[in-house]
Design a protein. Structure first.
Length: 328
């Protein structure tokens, strides 16, 4: 039985990757942060390993004896936009994992990045893996750190001979989200907490499809190649309307043009500086929401057998899970 070290195992995506690995007969060593919420792993037959990605010695010990590594661990925090902890975890943590993987001569490492490290396109000509990074405009340490982490993986492939494949999910929706990550959008819409509709859009994907393609990358895909894992490109108006119809609530009607969104973002930044208390938004978030982050996922479909579950299904499953577990 092959053993996989999975960092970020207790996260939204990590929990789905765990289930997919177990389903396929892999042994899983689940790397989680100290004092982290483990509910995602409840009932799963995994070896829980506690540690900090920035602790190189601990990471080396965790990888010892593993055949593969899936590095899904990261801080996906976008508010505040600037965060030393995000940078240290996403860059320093990735460097520690790469060094340990090279030293252990693992058969393959799968790095989980984000589609936002690629340039986005229009609905007619969506971005792909060849589009250069455009995220500097947002001033987001999360995006910037994931771009640097991606470069570190590619450097390890070139210089150290690391057998690595890189996967980059878009916006994930689906069940088993105990920490309420990307699915927070659904809950806010259900609770009528969204006052308006941003002018932009994004690509959506079922989290289980991302898990499937990520595990596929252990034995499929080309070393040193990146694959965007996504599905449907939708404007926020289209997405909110679809989500609201499934949850039987009314979608917001007010359109928020870029200029107004920018004013809200900068106002939120000022409020944070004056009070020191976190606000719901920041200027980075509102700038992202005003752009259309649309992507082409043909490469992942062809080379990683990325499934394409309708987003309607992902929304319904997420909403049903939240209802079943008392989040509503």
């Amino acid at each position: 039985m092959k053993t996989v070290l999975l960092t970020g195992a207790n996260g939204f995506l990590g929990g789905h990757i765990c289930r997919e690995l177990i389903r396929r007969g892999y042994a899983v060593r689940a790397f989680v942060r100290p004092n982290a919420n483990h509910r995602t792993l409840d009932g799963l037959s995994v070896d829980v390993w506690t540690g900090d990605l920035r602790d190189s010695a601990n990471v080396r010990a965790a990888i010892y004896g593993c055949d593969y590594v899936i590095h899904a661990g990261a801080l996906a925090r976008v508010n505040p936009a600037r965060s030393a902890e995000v940078v240290e975890t996403n860059i320093g943590g990735t460097a520690a994992v790469l060094a340990a993987a090279v030293q252990a001569s693992v058969e393959r490492l799968v790095f989980v990045g984000t589609a936002n490290i690629f340039g986005f396109g229009s609905r007619k000509e969506p971005g792909n893996e060849l589009y250069p990074y455009m995220g500097e405009r947002y001033g987001s340490d999360y995006m910037d750190s994931k771009r640097v982490a991606t470069d570190l993986v590619l450097q390890a492939v070139r210089e150290d001979g690391l057998q690595a494949v890189l996967v980059h999910p878009t916006f994930m929706i689906g069940p088993i989200d105990y920490q309420i990550t990307s699915n927070a959008l659904l809950l806010a819409l259900y609770r009528q907490q969204l006052a308006g509709i941003p002018s932009g859009g994004k690509n959506y994907v079922h989290v289980a499809d991302v898990a499937t393609a990520t595990v596929n990358a252990l034995t499929m895909g080309r070393v040193g190649e990146s694959y965007i894992l996504g599905n449907e490109n939708l404007s926020y108006r289209e997405a909110f309307t679809l989500m609201a119809s499934i949850m039987h609530v009314k979608p917001p009607r007010l359109r928020v043009p870029p200029l107004l969104a920018s004013a809200i973002g900068w106002g939120s930044d000022l409020a944070f500086k004056l009070t020191g208390r976190p606000t719901a938004l920041n200027s980075s978030m509102t700038a992202v929401a005003s752009d259309g982050h649309y992507f082409n996922v043909t490469k992942a479909i062809n080379e990683l057998d990325l499934p394409q579950t309708p987003i309607r299904v992902a929304i319904a499953e997420a909403f049903g899970w939240f209802r079943q577990h008392g989040y509503l």
